[in-house]
Design a protein around this ligand. Structure first.
Ligand code: PMP
Length: 360
């Protein structure tokens, strides 16, 4: 008996998740916020949380956070589904829609997680590749989307790892012209100068938007993400969601952080300044190409193999970035996120030394 005979073929064919567990002094590889939740606020949250019952189950599906999000976004609270990170919602949405043979359009290159769950479920993946500057091929996506009577289209905007966004006119046009559900992942929208598409869900039942507290709200460690859709669409997706995945401490913390939106907006501003500093300094280095980004990270390439730069930065400088050279179109590219002022300056010094040593 081979135990593997029991598994879906799509699971057996899957590569294991690569964990990037290198210890480093400067960590710029996971698009996190370099700023933690302030200690005084952490203490206030824990002090209040101690007084709650820990022996009782929370609500099956969160109630308080959707209510608050509903006030903030000006949409009904049944437009929101809260989850243990937006990754959970990518799975939940995909499970609700994708079965053997379902068409799933995923513009490339992008966050691999989209393709992974679609493959596990037996989806037929359709890929539309970015142009030479890594901008979305909006015409190509529209042409493929128009042919889809149903299925799923997954777009990150701003996109990981390119940092590129789709235009609002494109989203409006796509929603009108396709029969598929459009899953728009806005994990990095706070760092973009372009507006969110959340206001479009009221009039577009085929739009599902993902947001997260992991990036702009400094909360990657506590896991909190949410989905925004028309109530009729959210109703179907909620049937699939695993009950009780939202930790009450995480939900309570998210509610508290929403009372401090000005603080997080200041941090976003500072990170955008660091992004500008890092990109402008890299751009003047011999042979370095930098891709403009709407997110808290960006791509850059050098004439050397990305793996060489990755290793030099890590081993000599203890700076951890992400080698994305195995993604389609991204040979020689690395991704780095904006850090604190000190971290960003240290990264730039490290890059100068690294390129000098490798005699580019
Ligand atoms: N979507 C994108 C595009 C991401 O890059 C990430 C995190 N790397 C996620 C979703 C997952 O975020 P969360 O921490 O909310 O699960």
């Amino acid at each position: 008996m081979d135990v593997r005979d029991n598994f879906r073929r799509s699971v057996l064919e899957l590569a294991p998740y690569a964990v990037s567990g290198h210890p480093a002094k400067i960590k710029l590889n996971q698009n996190e916020s370099p700023f933690d939740v302030p200690e005084a606020l952490k203490k206030e949250i824990i002090d209040e949380f101690i007084r709650k019952n820990w022996n009782r189950y929370p609500e099956v599906f969160s109630v308080e956070l959707p209510k608050r999000l509903s006030e903030i976004h000006g949409l009904p609270s049944d437009s929101f589904i809260v989850a243990n990170g937006s990754n959970e919602l990518i799975y939940t949405v995909a499970i609700s829609i994708v079965r053997e043979g379902t068409e799933v359009l995923i513009p490339q290159p992008t966050f691999y997680f989209f393709e992974k769950i679609s493959r596990i479920l037996g989806g037929e993946i359709r890929k539309v590749y970015a142009d030479g500057d890594l901008n979305f091929d909006e015409k190509g996506i529209l042409a493929t989307g128009r042919k889809m009577k149903n299925g799923l289209i997954i777009i990150g905007s701003p996109n990981n790892p390119t940092g590129k966004s789709v235009s609002r006119e494109f989203i409006v046009e796509l929603l009108k012209s396709t029969g598929a559900i459009v899953l728009l992942d806005e994990a990095y929208i706070e760092f973009s100068d372009k507006p969110s598409s959340v206001d479009l869900v009221g009039s577009n039942r085929n739009l599902v938007i993902l947001r997260t507290f992991s990036k702009a709200f400094s909360l990657a460690g506590l896991r909190m993400g949410y989905l925004v859709a028309h109530p009729e669409t959210a109703f179907e997706i909620l049937k699939v969601k695993i009950p009780f995945t939202v930790n009450p401490l995480s939900e309570f913390t998210a509610l508290k952080l929403l009372e401090h939106r000005a603080l997080f907006a200041d941090r976003v501003k500072l990170l955008k300044e660091q992004r500008a500093f890092m990109t402008s300094r890299l751009r003047v280095m011999e042979g370095v190409r930098v891709i403009d980004s709407d997110a808290n990270f960006f791509l850059f390439s050098t004439p050397l193999p990305a793996g060489r730069i990755f290793e030099e930065l890590l081993e000599r400088q203890s700076v951890l970035v992400r080698d994305v050279s195995s993604y389609p179109l991204l040979e020689r590219y690395l991704r780095v996120n904006a850090g604190t002022e000190e971290e960003s300056a240290y990264f730039i010094r490290s890059m100068l030394e690294c390129l000098e040593r490798l005699a580019v």
